[in-house]
Design a protein around this ligand. Structure first.
Ligand code: FPP
Length: 232
């Protein structure tokens, strides 16, 4: 495969939004205040991605490991997610926004599942940016889910294409660029299969401080890369 052209915009950007808790702690605020500020950063980033011409934006909103957090924090996060889903669904038509979700349905609360289903259904025909929320998402769980689906179909031999077609969002292209904020430099069970050829961008900026300028820095770094996909 040939190199991507210089100055290209990544078609799919995926983000590990990290550092909400530390942002709150630095201000002696409850952790939930950090998540609320994080939701504002989501809005800014969504606008920046739309303006830049990014087609798919995946955000790691809640991992399968996040269930081990205090119940109060989990409840607060789901309240925020419910509000965000409502707000984005209402405004989706205006911006051409399409909402997708990646993750296991179990054990998400019924109220959230209803909102997800409504959001996905009512935005399905929009042709602008696709916002894919990774919600109750774990990459190992996703791969095992795909393998189990293939076994249920009676497959005894599978190809990489078979597996890719049974991921949570089979029509989602692999991420070109994966961003992680807050100085952590690891994948934490995020898109393990899809990240095979992704470019990585790490920034010390805490997620609630992430904004249009920081997004542009990540895109500039991406533009400077040469992607060879294993070729020369
Ligand atoms: C990581 O920060 C962030 C999360 C676990 C949740 C991400 C959620 C949001 C940005 C808020 C709402 C989301 C949407 C899509 C509207 P952390 O709590 O692990 O931070 P820390 O490592 O500093 O403790």
């Amino acid at each position: 495969m040939s190199e991507t052209p210089v100055n290209s915009v990544p078609r799919h950007v995926a983000i590990i939004m990290d550092g909400n808790g530390r942002w709150a702690q630095e201000r002696r605020l409850p952790r939930l205040a950090g998540h609320k500020a994080g939701a504002k950063a989501v809005e800014r980033t969504l606008k920046a991605a739309q303006q830049a011409g990014v087609r798919y934006l995946t955000l790691y909103a809640f991992s399968t490991e996040n269930w081990s957090r205090p119940q109060e924090e989990i409840d607060g996060l789901f309240r925020l997610l419910a509000q965000t889903l409502d707000q984005y669904t209402q405004n989706a038509a205006k911006h051409g926004l399409r909402l997708w979700v990646s993750g296991a349905r179990e054990p998400l609360p019924a109220a959230i599942l209803d909102k997800i289903d409504y959001a996905v259904r009512s935005t399905a025909k929009n042709t602008g940016l696709t916002l894919n929320l990774a919600l109750n998402y774990g990459a190992r769980q996703e791969i095992v889910h795909a393998v189990n689906a293939l076994l249920a179909e009676g497959k005894t031999h599978i190809t990489p294409q078979d597996l890719a077609q049974h991921l949570y969002q089979p029509n989602l292209p692999d991420p070109d660029l994966i961003i992680r904020t807050s100085g952590e430099e690891r994948l934490s069970n995020f898109l393990l299969w899809q990240a095979a050829y992704s470019e990585f961008y790490f920034t010390p900026v805490l997620w609630p401080d992430f904004n249009e300028a920081e997004f542009e820095k990540a895109l500039a770094s991406y533009r400077a890369r040469k992607r060879r996909f294993g070729g020369l």
